[in-house]
Design a protein around this ligand. Structure first.
Ligand code: ADP
Length: 270
């Protein structure tokens, strides 16, 4: 009997080692994928705006005196836009690093979803290029327990995508209702949509849909950051087709906490 038990134990140990080996190989392959994706993303996403900045700066230095005021403003505008793009990219990388190391902890407080969404909409002004943003948040939406700064980043990233991947002049809608113990929030656009096969993977770091990859600049980090932040709030985030199967809806579920009371230490602003 002892021998049989020993044999069984040996087989079980071998199997465990095999599973561990397979898992280690999978992790190594994933690490390799992330490393090369990071390197190509870094070189492309840092170089492209830097080349534009250097070009515009050198035109200003060499020909600035001879240029019309409007052309000088255009060149200065290019420098500002591209520097902002660099800034967003570096901020995304920093957020990602913090999320990965668990250092990005939500500093949650009771917040009005309208304020958080409004702040993100205000920041996205430059991206709109004729697109309309419709905010439709149920008047009865209670205060939510969240980190306003991080959630503003989520809505900003989603609005950025909704604008980047939909035609100018189309409509982007931010819709929110409550259902039982959840806040349901959707950011929907009328763009090309995300193919079903990619809908889960777009939340992975550096993943970009092949068809849009060449046409639109991006890092593949925005949605990964959104997922990290939403999950840090015990929420969920997924991509769905928009109304009548057209466009994209990013659907977020956040837990509704117990409502704050006036004498509670957790009341907003205390
Ligand atoms: P980025 O936009 O910088 O590439 P994201 O992580 O924000 O990175 O998005 C990952 C990919 O998901 C994008 O490259 C794009 O292919 C796809 N995607 C995201 N949002 C949308 C959207 N609203 N409509 C269509 N495709 C989208």
């Amino acid at each position: 009997l002892l021998e049989t038990l020993a044999d069984q134990a040996a087989v079980a140990i071998e199997r465990t080692i095999l599973v561990a080996d397979v898992e280690a190989a999978r992790l190594a392959a994933e690490t390799d994928r992330l490393r090369s994706a990071l390197l190509s993303s870094l070189s492309h996403d840092l170089r492209t705006p830097l080349v534009s900045i250097l070009g515009a700066a050198s035109s200003l230095i060499n020909y600035g005196d001879a240029l019309e005021a409007k052309d000088r403003r255009d060149l200065a505008g290019t420098i500002q836009d591209e520097a902002e793009r660099l800034n967003r990219f570096v901020q995304n990388l920093l957020d990602m690093t913090k999320l990965g190391s668990g250092a990005l902890k939500p500093n949650a407080d009771w917040a009005d979803l309208n304020d958080v969404v409004r702040a993100a909409v205000d920041r996205s002004g430059k991206l709109l290029k004729g697109r309309q943003i419709k905010v439709d948040i149920d008047a009865g939406m209670p205060l939510l327990r969240l980190d306003s700064i991080l959630m503003e980043q989520v809505f900003f990233n989603l609005l950025d995508n909704a604008c980047k991947y939909s035609p100018p002049g189309s409509q982007v809608t931010i819709w929110a209702r409550t259902s039982k113990d959840l806040a349901l929030i959707e950011v929907c656009d009328q763009g090309a949509g995300i193919p079903e096969a990619d809908r889960e993977r777009v939340f992975d770091m550096f993943y970009r849909v092949e068809a849009t990859d060449k046409q639109t600049a991006g890092t593949g980090l925005g949605l990964a950051i959104c997922r990290g932040i939403v999950e840090a709030h015990d929420g969920t985030i997924k991509a769905e087709p928009g109304l009548h199967g057209a466009g994209t809806c990013i659907v977020i579920h956040l837990p509704l906490g117990a409502p704050p009371t006036l004498d509670s230490n957790e009341t907003a602003g205390v």
